[in-house]
Design a protein around this ligand. Structure first.
Ligand SMILES: Nc1ncnc2c1ncn2[C@@H]1O[C@H](COP(=O)(O)OP(=O)(O)OP(=O)(O)O)[C@@H](O)[C@H]1O
Length: 309
């Protein structure tokens, strides 16, 4: 089957700043694909080039077999994009704007589809409100309806849940899953790693304009995440035994607390036995599981309290 999207050696500079540096990846039809990365990584620039709102600097973008520069008329119709910034038609009502928008793409208004979007995005009670007066959450929901009104094959969501409350966020993701089940491919960026972990089949991570990881979500987490074993010792430890070196030990200054990293394929029980055999006196212990959050930090080299710049 043809890929929904193929990106080859994509690049873009702004006045000497390389925002995107030779990025390549492809998205299969039917996938939910996550593009992640810290602020300034180049995600929005990539998405803007795919959406055709920002000129491609170098490389190529192919959507469902069409080159998005040469065959722009086709690709534009196949893509639905929800941009990060709220962009609305201030003086239209939701109803007017949705009807108008299908026409803009040269697609016949389909009342059944329009009504489904209105219903599922909870826009019904607000149809006749002028956009200017809508709350932020409603504006977002409207933008999603607008991006879908011409029945695109690929929906691109750039930080769709930024500034949206928890309840609405869950509703939005449920809706995204539902339209994905109907066959629409999804490309999304989000800062909420937990959501990316739950939503995405595959995840690509960008940093400083480059792609630094691209894997199935569960494999990425499994490969890079590690559990940690924290031990409280009954007797202070002066030196960590060499046998524990492979577990990247961290001993607290007073020698009472020892932190060890557990490889994915090793059980905490086995390590505890080994520690007991070394003669360490364990008073208490706990394990924790790092998720995508930790993976992300490892890959991008960011640490808490440091915004990565
Ligand atoms: N129009 C522009 N003019 C100049 N520089 C730009 C422009 N757009 C983006 N940049 C720069 O390109 C780099 C990548 O920005 P981009 O917005 O693509 O990152 P991002 O990963 O989407 O970040 P965020 O999560 O904050 O949206 C940044 O250094 C940014 O300052």
């Amino acid at each position: 089957m043809m890929n929904a999207l193929e990106i080859d050696s994509l690049s873009k500079s702004f006045a000497g700043t390389d925002a995107v540096k030779g990025v390549s990846f492809s998205i299969k039809q039917g996938e939910i694909f996550g593009l992640l990365g810290p602020n300034g990584a180049g995600k929005s620039t990539t998405i803007n080039m795919i959406a055709g709102v920002c000129r491609v600097g170098g490389g190529s973008i192919t959507a469902f077999g069409y080159d998005n520069q040469r065959d722009y008329r086709f690709t534009r119709r196949l893509l639905g994009v929800v941009h990060q910034e709220i962009v609305i038609d201030n003086f239209f009502t939701i109803d007017q704007a949705l009807k108008l928008h299908a026409g803009y793409y040269g697609v016949k208004d389909d009342p059944a589809w329009r009504n489904l979007l209105i219903k599922r995005l909870g826009l019904g009670p607000h149809l006749n409100k002028v956009m200017l007066k809508l709350s932020g959450g409603l504006k977002r929901r409207f933008m999603i309806a607008k991006a879908l009104i011409h029945k695109p094959q690929l929906l691109i969501l750039d930080e769709p849940t930024a500034g949206v409350d928890v309840e609405l966020r869950h509703g939005l993701w449920d809706f995204v899953r539902e339209i994905n089940r109907q066959g629409i491919t999804i490309l999304l960026t989000t800062h909420y790693l937990e959501e990316a972990e739950q939503m995405c089949d595959r995840i690509a991570i960008m940093n400083h304009g480059e792609l630094i990881a691209l894997e199935k979500t569960h494999e990425l987490v499994r490969r890079l995440s590690s559990r940690r074993l924290r031990l409280w010792l009954a007797q202070e430890l002066l030196h960590v035994p060499d046998e524990l070196d492979t577990y990247r030990p961290e001993l607290s200054e007073d020698g009472s607390e020892l932190l060890l990293c557990l490889p994915p394929d090793e059980s905490a029980g086995d390590l505890l036995k080994q520690i007991c055999a070394l003669g360490l006196d364990i008073r208490d212990f706990e394990t924790d599981q790092s998720g995508l959050e930790e993976v992300f930090l490892q890959l991008t080299g960011m640490r808490e309290g440091n915004d990565g710049t």
